[in-house]
Design a protein around this ligand. Structure first.
Ligand SMILES: Cc1ncc(COP(=O)(O)O)c(C=O)c1O
Length: 369
């Protein structure tokens, strides 16, 4: 299979480790090994200290799948497959899709969510957000999903808009999928990163028998470097096919990452809560910035996730603005061209400690322009 470059990742590759301010990242600052082990109890530390680097259970070690299953209300350990999120997405599309299949995906979206499907010959129909409210409306989805649709790809909380549906809207989305016998891939990489607890929604796999939920360590837990994630679903037939495909890729998961993910899951609040606090703090700073610079940015405040999709109210294409900004100030922002979604938005990421400092530098740049 030939595949187009992943624009967003290629753009990050250019700047992520050479520039001072990342104000577009979707992950939060990574926690240290010291921090993770500091959260561990005696038994977890023993597991870490006695860790052996042989092959691990391809599906994910039993102790880890038990902790993962505890995150769901209806999922059992044999309904979970552990692997990196990118691998999970890649394999799922490969075992599910044939050329000519119809797929519905949110737009904009994290590119791998639709690019793998596209490269396999699937036709993508887009579910776009409402420009004034920033919301993805289930009524609009009803017109896009048909009996011909094989797969619906959703991502709540959404990267990049930070959109999360209310519980009623979520049920309507499931109803649409059920009526048309459509499988849902629910990318929940930002699950539980809600700015107000009341906005939390359940994982799709607990609500819909034909859904596959994806969650992992990178975003909610602030442990992107572990490269850990998992699929959870009642569709064991699909999981079996995915497990068989995985033998041609990573085969199994890295032993150290399994124990560290296990510790993080067992002490979830110590990882997720500080991230939410940081996101809320930085979102407030950006709201104030957006008021001071309403000539430049139009900001719809997200309720969830770690990012926002912010409109630039200028003639210059977003890519050109971002390139000039990074050159002049060391502030890296992702332009909407990297999402293949026009040229007038940027993604803002609220997960970095030096966000406030970066805004001051950006502000100085705006005044000098
Ligand atoms: C919506 C979404 N899905 C999946 C991923 C991939 O996660 P990971 O970095 O753990 O592979 C990302 C990363 O940015 C994402 O934003």
């Amino acid at each position: 299979m030939k595949i187009e470059p992943f624009k967003l990742e290629r753009y990050f590759a250019k700047y992520e480790f050479s520039t001072k301010y990342l104000i577009s990242s979707s992950d939060c600052d990574g926690y240290s090994l010291d921090y993770i082990l500091g959260c561990a109890d005696k038994e977890e530390l023993e597991l870490w200290n006695n860790l052996k680097f042989g092959y691990t259970d391809s599906a994910g070690s039993e102790f880890l799948r038990k902790s993962i299953a505890a995150q769901y209300s209806s999922i059992k350990t044999d309904e979970i497959l552990v692997m990196s999120p990118g691998e999970a997405n890649f394999i799922l599309m490969n075992v599910l899709l044939e050329p000519g299949d119809e797929v519905v995906c949110m737009a904009p979206a994290y590119q791998s969510l639709y690019q793998v499907a596209k490269s396999l010959g699937a036709k993508i129909n887009w579910w776009k957000f409402d420009k004034t409210t920033g919301a993805y409306d289930s009524a609009a989805l009803r017109d896009i999903v048909t009996q011909k649709t094989k797969l619906l790809i959703v991502n709540f909380p959404h990267n990049p808009t930070g959109f999360i549906p209310g519980r009623e809207e979520l049920d309507k989305i499931i109803e649409i999928a059920r009526e048309n016998n459509v499988i849902i891939l629910s990318d929940e990489m930002y699950h539980q990163l809600v700015h107000n607890e009341a906005d939390n929604i359940p994982p799709m796999c607990d609500l819909y028998e034909n859904a596959v939920s994806l969650w992992g360590m990178a975003k909610s837990f602030g442990l992107a470097g572990l490269r850990f994630g998992w699929l959870a679903s009642h569709r064991k037939d699909l999981l079996e096919k995915i497990a068989a495909f995985k033998d041609y890729l990573s085969i199994c998961n890295n032993a150290a990452g399994e124990v560290l993910s296990f510790i993080a899951l067992n002490h979830k609040e110590k990882f997720i809560n500080p991230n939410i606090e940081k996101i809320i703090r930085n979102k407030k700073l950006f709201s104030e910035f957006a008021i001071r610079h309403s000539e430049l940015v139009e900001f719809i405040r997200p309720k969830a996730g770690s990012t926002a999709f912010v409109k630039l109210k200028i003639e210059t294409p977003a890519l050109d603005y971002c390139e000039e900004l990074v050159k002049q100030t060391g502030i890296m922002m992702v332009p909407s061209e990297m999402f293949e979604y026009g040229d007038s938005h940027v993604r803002i990421g609220f997960g970095r400690e030096n966000f406030g400092e970066a805004l001051l530098v950006w502000e100085k740049y705006i005044k000098q322009e």
